[in-house]
Design a protein around this ligand. Structure first.
Ligand SMILES: [Zn+2]
Length: 483
C-alpha cells in the first residue's frame, strides 16, 4: 500500500506516454500489472494512436479551431485562456448541444407494467419518446442504444407516467460505464479533463464535451452522496484515524482540503476554514479512537480517546533548525530529543513488544520526555520545541500504549497526496458545486481502492441500481481477495 501513490504517478506518466504514442510493450504490460482496468486505457490509447497515424483523428469543435491541434497531446499545447463570465451559450443564442449519433447499434423498449406511484393499471397510450445513449462496453466496444420510452396514463393518479432508463443518468447522453470510467480517471487518478477527452472521446461517435463530462460527474456525485456519508461514518468508527489538510482553491478563494483516513476509509472534505470548527463538523461527537496528526493546533481540540502526533514531523523540524543553529545548547537538546524518539521507536519495533511487558521501559521514556519538556535549555529554538513537547506530552508516545497506532502520519500524508497532484493538474474547483463533487468522488474512488474493490464496475452498477430502484446499495466492504 505504501507505493499506491507512486503507482498513480506512474499511471499518469504511462497515460501521457500512450497518448503521445510512446507506450512500449513493457509499458502496456506495466499498466496491466498495476491495475486490471488500466490495460483498457492502454488499448484505448493505442487505438487512438493508430487512428491518429491514419489521419482519421479530428477533434473538431469550438475549442479546436484547426485539426492539427487535435493531434497534439495536451501537454504540448499552450494552456487554454481563462474563460471569463458564465459558462454556456448566451441568453437567446441557440444551444450547441452535440448532434444525435448517426448509427444505432441496439434498440430497447421501456414500458411500465403498472403505475409506479399507486400500482394501478395503466391505460396504454401511443405517446412515446426516444433517447440515445452511448456507452463503452466491457470489451471496450462502444455501443449506441436508442431507448424508446412509452408514456402511459394512470386513471387514478390522473397523470402520464413513464419508466426510468437505468442505463444512463437523466439527460446524459453517455452511459453509466462511461461516467464511472471517466470519473475514475479524473477524480481517482488525476488525469486531466483534456486527457480524458483524448483517451475516451475519440472512440465515441458523439464526441465528449468538457461541459457534458463535468455535469455528468456532478450528477454522479449527487447520486453517490450517501456513500460519502457512509465513508465518514466508517472513518469515525475506526480505532485509528489519520488526519491531514492541505490548501485548496474554490472559485479563486483559499479553502482547505481535509482528509480523514483509516485503513479502509478515506474521507475528504473541502471547507473555507482550517480551524477546529471543521473538525467539529466532521466528528460530531467525541472520537472513540486514536487520532494521528501533525502539530497543527486545531487537531488538539478534538475530544479523542488519545492523540498521536507525527514524530517524522518533529524529526524534520530538528533538521530544519540544524541548518541555522549550531549552538552547543541547541545541539545538546536536539541530540537528547533524537535519542529519546529513537529509543521509543526501537522499543516498539521489538518482536515481542507488548505495552504490558515493557511497562517499566515505557514509563522511563515518559520520564525522559517530561525532563526535556520542563528543562531549561538556554537556547531559543530548544525552548520553543520544549514548550511544544510540554503542550503535546500526552501525544508523543501514544504508539507505545496502543500497538496499532503508527508513530508518524505517513498514511494521512499518502492519502492527501493524490489530491495535491489533482490540484496541480486541475487548479482546484471553479465552484462550490465542483468542490462538493470533488470531495465526494475522490472519497469514493480512494475508499474503493483501499477496500480492494474495482471502482469502475462498482460505481457503474451502483448507478444502475440507484436509477432503477431509487436507492443505492451499501458501499462494499473490504474485498476478501485483497485480504
Ligand atoms: Zn397511479
Amino acid at each position: 500500500m505504501d507505493d499506491r501513490i507512486s503507482k498513480d504517478a506512474r499511471i499518469r506518466s504511462l497515460v501521457a506516454a500512450a497518448l503521445e504514442g510512446r507506450l512500449t510493450d513493457s509499458g502496456a504490460g506495466e499498466l496491466a500489472a498495476l491495475d486490471r482496468n488500466l490495460i483498457k486505457l492502454a488499448f484505448l490509447a493505442a487505438a487512438r494512436r493508430i487512428a491518429e497515424l491514419q489521419g482519421k483523428v479530428a477533434l473538431a469543435g469550438p475549442d479546436h479551431p484547426s485539426t492539427p491541434s487535435g493531434q497534439k497531446p495536451p501537454y504540448v499545447k499552450p494552456p487554454a485562456p481563462k474563460r471569463k463570465g458564465k459558462v454556456g451559450a448566451k441568453v437567446g443564442h441557440a444551444g450547441s448541444r452535440r448532434p444525435a449519433p448517426r448509427q444505432i447499434d441496439r434498440r430497447e423498449e421501456h414500458r411500465l407494467e403498472a403505475c409506479p406511484d399507486c400500482g394501478g393499471e395503466l391505460q396504454r397510450c401511443k405517446r412515446k419518446r426516444t433517447r440515445t445513449v452511448e456507452d463503452i462496453l466491457k470489451d471496450l466496444k462502444t455501443e449506441v442504444t436508442e431507448h424508446t420510452i412509452h408514456r402511459d396514463y394512470c386513471p387514478s393518479c390522473k397523470k402520464h407516467v413513464e419508466p426510468t432508463v437505468p442505463d444512463a443518468l437523466p439527460n446524459a447522453t453517455i452511459g453509466n460505464n462511461l461516467v464511472a470510467m471517466t470519473g475514475w480517471l479524473h477524480y481517482g487518478i488525476g488525469v486531466t479533463i483534456a486527457q480524458v477527452r483524448e483517451l475516451v472521446g475519440i472512440h465515441l461517435h458523439t464526441g465528449l464535451s468538457a461541459g457534458g463530462l463535468v455535469s455528468a460527474w456532478h450528477r454522479l456525485g449527487e447520486l453517490l452522496a450517501p456513500w460519502h456519508e457512509q465513508i465518514a461514518q466508517a472513518a469515525r468508527a475506526s480505532a485509528v484515524l489519520n488526519a491531514d489538510e492541505t490548501g485548496w482553491r474554490v472559485n479563486g478563494k483559499t479553502h482547505w482540503l481535509w482528509c480523514f483516513a483509516s485503513k479502509d476509509a478515506c474521507y475528504y472534505m473541502i471547507d473555507h476554514s482550517r480551524g477546529r470548527d471543521v473538525l467539529d463538523k466532521f466528528f460530531l461527537e467525541a472520537f472513540d479512537g486514536v487520532l494521528v496528526h501533525d502539530f497543527w493546533a486545531a487537531y488538539n481540540h478534538v475530544l479523542a480517546q488519545d492523540h498521536q502526533c507525527c514524530l517524522a514531523h518533529l524529526l524534520r523540524e530538528l533538521e530544519k533548525v540544524d541548518l541555522t543553529n549550531q549552538s552547543p545548547a541547541w545541539k545538546a537538546f536536539a541530540k537528547k530529543l533524537r535519542r529519546l524518539i529513537r529509543d521509543g521507536i526501537r522499543l516498539r519495533k521489538r518482536a515481542d513488544f507488548d505495552p504490558a511487558r515493557y511497562g517499566e521501559l515505557i514509563r522511563r521514556i515518559d520520564r525522559r520526555l517530561m525532563e526535556l519538556a520542563r528543562g531549561d535549555h538556554g537556547d531559543a529554538d530548544a525552548s520553543r520545541l520544549a514548550k511544544r513537547l510540554l503542550k503535546y506530552c500526552d501525544s508523543i508516545f501514544t504508539f507505545l500504549d496502543h500497538p496499532l497506532v503508527p508513530y508518524d502520519n505517513n498514511h494521512g500524508e499518502r492519502m492527501i497526496r493524490p489530491a495535491v497532484i489533482i490540484r496541480k493538474n486541475s487548479q482546484s474547483n471553479r465552484s462550490d458545486k465542483g468542490a462538493a463533487t470533488q470531495a465526494i468522488l475522490m472519497s469514493i474512488y480512494r475508499t474503493l481502492k483501499l477496500r480492494g474493490q474495482d471502482p469502475l464496475a462498482i460505481v457503474a452498477s451502483a448507478l444502475k441500481t440507484r436509477l432503477a430502484i431509487g436507492h443505492l446499495p451499501t458501499l462494499p466492504i473490504q474485498s476478501v481477495a485483497d485480504g
